[in-house]
Design a protein around this ligand. Sequence first.
Ligand code: NAD
Length: 171
Amino acid sequence: MKICCIGAGYVGGPTMAMIACKCPDIEVVVVDISVSRINAWNSDCLPIFEPGLNEVIRSRRGRNLFFSSDVEAHVADAQIIFVSVNTPTKTRGLGAGKAANLTYWESAARMIANVSTSDKIVVEKSTVPVKTAEAIEKILTHNSRGLRFDIVSNPEFLAEDTAVQDLAAPD
Ligand SMILES: NC(=O)c1ccc[n+]([C@@H]2O[C@H](COP(=O)([O-])OP(=O)(O)OC[C@H]3O[C@@H](n4cnc5c(N)ncnc54)[C@H](O)[C@@H]3O)[C@@H](O)[C@H]2O)c1
């Protein structure tokens, strides 16, 4: 079983590290279009600080936890894809100051459809409006040459500063 997470940010990094830690038999690859971010995750100087994160990363990185900028190859290979890309608040147009900008999410969905050659479970980790899963399912199934995509909503409630502790002992 292989999991790929698109987006090596504040959510993707710690969440996937904890999954790798709790599930040593599952290969977990976190991918990002930002090469500098991936390089930082692969270094001794992680791109974010969270108490306990260093230890979790060190225990699994290179074993069943990997960080890579080869986004398409790992997405194509995985059975489960978490999408944890940024969804900033819109600064102009309809919903400016309130609605989420889904550009990055939609672009990730199109890429998943383009590179997939097997059925996939796609997990929404980003903060997105209700019914986004339906829109994403349309993007995926219309572009996917008959493959099956199951969309799962698993929104993140991560709190910066206690991320590792909260992931290890969730409510
Ligand atoms: N940070 C938090 O505390 C927090 C808490 C709860 C929910 N969230 C939500 O989780 C989501 C992710 O937040 P974050 O803080 O991790 O964001 P972030 O900005 O730290 O990281 C997002 C990453 O996604 C990458 N990315 C964007 N498009 C991509 C693509 N097509 N392919 C590959 N990589 C791509 C970016 O390069 C970036 O590194 C957002 O929707 C956010 O609202 C964040």
